[in-house]
Write a new protein. Structure first.
Lengths: 240, 294
């Protein structure tokens, strides 16, 4: 095994010498948060952020590649250098901003909403499901309700449906198609405004990449193509 | 896959299912089954080799080597797998990149650690940033095998160490009486006889290993449990041609059958191996075989 390690390392070293220096930007996403990002029938990453990311890369003249990563370890793997950008419906918050940098937002700040099985759910004191490490989980923890956390968005919905939780708090755009499809599910309580919109996460040291994407997002905002994309996927309200 | 799949919404149940189960997304699941089996096939012998090395070193007369082996066995057994996987893999990956960085970019003047960020020059990236996705996946797979082998090697090492000490002293004494050197008596007497004592412990480790593959997703390797969960989740008509509800129960049932099947096959193979190893041994198993033959 040792020998294998060394020879692989040697081969990798030798192979790398000849390679060109221009770089491919690796885009990290979760792939489990429709309509933002999900895996389609063809097994490929699809959704609002897939289209947005491809367009931004085209405008910035970058070669981009998509990578799937678990939500839990999505920030550690960015700072560790396994990919260069997080584009996974990640809201811009002060807490995250201390660890990584964000580009300007590509969706405006949008409300989160509670969804439950009956109208009279007590969202302030009941049991509320949310995905681990999201702004919604942070909000529930402080609201006085009992928080139950799950690793994937899918499981938060399942928890409500099997009675483990009274309601789920998530981005309204994620819940809307579920509430529309499922006769048992409905929006309950008031919407909650959270976060500063969704942006791309980059390493703090990567200011050049951040500026490149900032400019690309700005150009999409200016010519209205970003608003069209937002409308097409129904992920958020549009920019004015 | 099939010709009639072009519009799934008008199909009958059976045809719908046939189309559904042959989407490219499902192919990922089937591929993951193969991936897990290949991983097990590579990891098991590697871990055994690690364990054998550690057990042999732990018996060494050269004290520092024995301490090192004991240290490895006890340290790795004591750390939770998840913590080991998260920490060790990132550390290992960064160690490789750090070495490459030092060799390839001697003129680099910026610090490698900038706050939370770990930054090496582009040429030192492993795999290279512009490499195809499959290269990244092979690399992740390789790291996974190495990590699994290290973790399970420590457990195997402890089992083998105990097995080596269980071989009756009389056997070694006889070997010495025949004039064998310590090396000869180790390879000719001790090693062939220890397996029968080690096998129950090793079979336990094997069973745990077969079920440890969901840890792979921490390394970005998508195993069968990941794909089962991904496929089973509620699929809304907006995002797929094959909408369905929460089907996790069915997918996990299929996983259950897969793992039970794997367990059964392992049991059969291990039982046969046990009979083979027991022949002529001074154990109750060996005695039973002798009586049955007589």
């Amino acid at each position: 095994m040792k020998k294998l390690v060394l020879s692989t390392l040697a081969a990798a070293l030798a192979g790398g010498m000849a390679m060109a220096q221009d770089k491919t930007i690796r885009l990290g996403t979760e792939g489990a948060y429709a309509p933002w990002n999900f895996v389609n029938d063809a097994g490929e990453i699809d959704g609002f952020e897939r289209e947005l990311g491809d367009e931004l890369c085209a405008r910035a003249e970058l070669t981009c590649e998509w990578v799937k990563n678990d939500w839990d370890s999505i920030i550690p793997n960015l700072v560790g250098g396994n990919y260069d950008v997080i584009i996974a419906g990640m809201s811009i918050t002060d807490e995250r901003d201390e660890v990584i940098d964000f580009t300007q937002n590509y969706t405006p700040p949008d409300p989160s909403a509670y969804a439950g099985m009956s109208e009279d759910v007590d969202v302030a004191g009941g049991v509320i499901a949310a995905q681990t490490g999201t702004i919604q989980a942070g909000y529930v923890a402080e609201s006085g309700a009992t928080l139950v956390e799950f690793a994937t968005p899918e499981e938060t919905i399942a928890a409500v449906k099997n009675g483990e939780a009274d309601a789920v708090l998530a981005d309204k755009s994620f819940l809307a198609p579920i509430v529309a499809e499922d006769a048992d599910m409905m929006f309950v309580g008031e919407d909650v405004p959270l976060g500063g919109g969704v942006g791309m996460g980059v390493r703090e040291s990567d200011t050049e990449l951040k500026e490149t994407f900032d400019a690309a997002i700005q150009s999409m905002k200016d010519d209205g193509s970003l608003n069209e994309l937002i409308k097409k996927w129904e992920v958020a309200s549009t920019f004015e | 896959m099939f010709e009639f799949c072009s519009d799934p919404s008008v199909l009958g149940d059976f045809q719908w299912l046939a189309c559904y189960l042959t989407t490219a997304k499902h192919a990922n699941l089937y591929f993951a089954v193969g991936l897990v089996l290949v991983l097990l096939a590579i990891t098991a012998p590697t871990a055994l080799a690690f364990g054998f090395g550690a057990a042999t070193a732990a018996r060494s007369k050269f004290r520092p080597l024995a301490w090192l082996a004991h240290g490895y066995i006890n340290l790795v057994r004591g750390v939770p797998d998840t913590a080991f996987f998260l920490f060790f893999v990132i550390a290992l990956d960064q160690a490789f990149e750090w070495i490459r960085h030092k060799i390839k970019c001697p003129d680099w003047d910026q610090p490698i650690r900038q706050g939370n960020d770990f930054i090496v020059c582009q040429a030192a990236k492993l795999p290279l940033g512009e490499a195809d996705q499959w290269v990244h996946e092979i690399y992740g797979f390789f790291i996974a095998v190495l990590t699994f082998a290290l973790v399970f090697g420590a457990f195997a090492g402890n089992v083998l160490y105990g097995a080596m000490r269980t071989v009756p002293r009389g056997q070694i004494e006889t070997a010495e009486a025949y004039g064998m050197t310590p090396r000869q008596s180790f390879w000719r007497i001790l090693v062939p006889q220890m397996w029968v004592y080690a096998l129950p412990g090793l079979s336990n480790i094997w069973m745990v290993l077969t079920k440890a593959t969901p840890l792979l997703f921490l390394l970005g390797v998508e195993d069968i449990v990941y794909w089962a969960r991904e496929l089973a989740g509620t699929a809304l008509p907006k995002f797929t041609d094959y909408p369905h509800g929460d089907w996790r129960m069915w997918y996990f049932l299929a996983l259950l059958v897969f793992y039970l099947g794997l367990t059964r096959v392992s049991e059969i193979v291990l039982d046969r191996l046990m009979i083979k190893l027991s022949h002529g041994q001074a154990t109750t198993g060996g005695e039973a075989l002798r009586k049955a033959a007589a």
